[in-house]
Design a protein around this ligand. Structure first.
Ligand code: MN
Length: 294
């Protein structure tokens, strides 16, 4: 069966948190993978990163990483100082991931998170800057055994890569075994004409998959067509990770950055979010069984 994961900020309103707590919690609920923001790694000693990895190994959880790139490190910037600073920043994150045996990075990691200031519609100069940067970043990813997952996200979060087709084109221009495409159901719901067709278009270039509803609640709670989604994953014989990335609580850094302005789960106590995590895990397992992926 595909490894099933959860993003740590389902529970936490700030990006950094007690990682050890959530490694244990993810395991207790039954997940295989815990994903969290990569940036806090830069503030951690190598010893601390290794201790989290040891804990994850002990309980049987794989750690994967995501990031929304701070615009101060925008690797698609037309300002060469910002761009080269961003390249170095992402290379350092990859090296820190490697300290903890991490192999997978997703998110808006090919440009600053958001659209450039004063953007008037021609994205080619930013695209070219990003490609130039990624050719340098990917060398470090190759050395460190990290797979860079280019995530297509909705138009409010980047101007560069909104669709599966654009992500494929970007990955083809980089041409490395350490880069692939990540599709996320929440973003696809906004940008793709047909979610199943987008998944089939990416096919064997799909290196990781994020799930979330149309409103970023847990899979099964909104109006996405999960039969279409899991049917398409089965069509392409997808064996990779499926990481849920719901965001349901207002407030904090996460509410601010993800634009969650109301609680999407009533009275979201920790126990209630635990229940919701167990619910979505079961929902995805049932879908995998239904499409003979289990
Ligand atoms: Mn995502």
């Amino acid at each position: 069966m595909n490894k099933l994961g959860i993003f740590m900020n389902f529970w936490e309103k700030n990006w950094d948190a007690d990682h050890a707590k959530y490694i244990k919690k993810a395991k207790e609920i039954g997940f295989d993978v815990l994903e969290f923001q990569a940036q806090p790694l830069l503030e951690m000693s190598d010893e601390k990163i290794r201790s989290l990895k040891a804990l994850a190994d002990e309980v049987g959880i794989e750690l994967t990483y995501s990031l929304g790139l701070d615009r101060n490190y925008d690797v698609s910037s037309l300002d060469e100082n910002v761009r080269t600073g961003g390249v170095e920043y992402l290379q350092n994150i990859i090296r820190k991931m490697h300290v903890g045996g991490g192999t997978l990075l997703s998110g808006v990691s090919y440009a600053g998170w958001g659209t450039p200031d004063n953007f008037l519609g021609d994205k080619r100069p930013y695209w070219e800057q990003s490609i130039k940067s990624m050719k340098e970043i990917i060398k470090v990813a190759e050395e460190c055994g990290v797979t860079y997952c280019v995530e297509a996200v909705n138009r409010f979060e980047t101007c560069l890569i909104n669709t599966a087709e654009e992500a494929l084109r970007y990955v083809a221009e980089i041409d490395s075994p350490n880069i692939g495409v990540l599709l996320d159901t929440y973003h696809m719901n906004i940008e793709e004409n047909n979610i199943g067709d987008a998944i089939r278009l990416v096919g064997n270039k799909l290196t990781s998959f994020h799930t979330g509803e149309n409103n970023r609640t847990a899979p099964g709670r909104g109006h996405l067509d999960w039969d279409e989604i899991f049917g398409a994953l089965a069509d392409i014989n997808y064996k990779g990770r499926i990481v849920s990335e719901p965001f349901v609580m207002e407030g904090g850094e996460v509410g601010r950055d993800i634009h969650v302005y109301r609680n999407l789960v009533e009275n979201p106590t920790e126990a209630r979010i635990d229940e919701e995590a167990a619910y979505l895990l079961n929902f995805e397992k049932e879908m995998l069984k239904k499409y003979n992926m289990a």
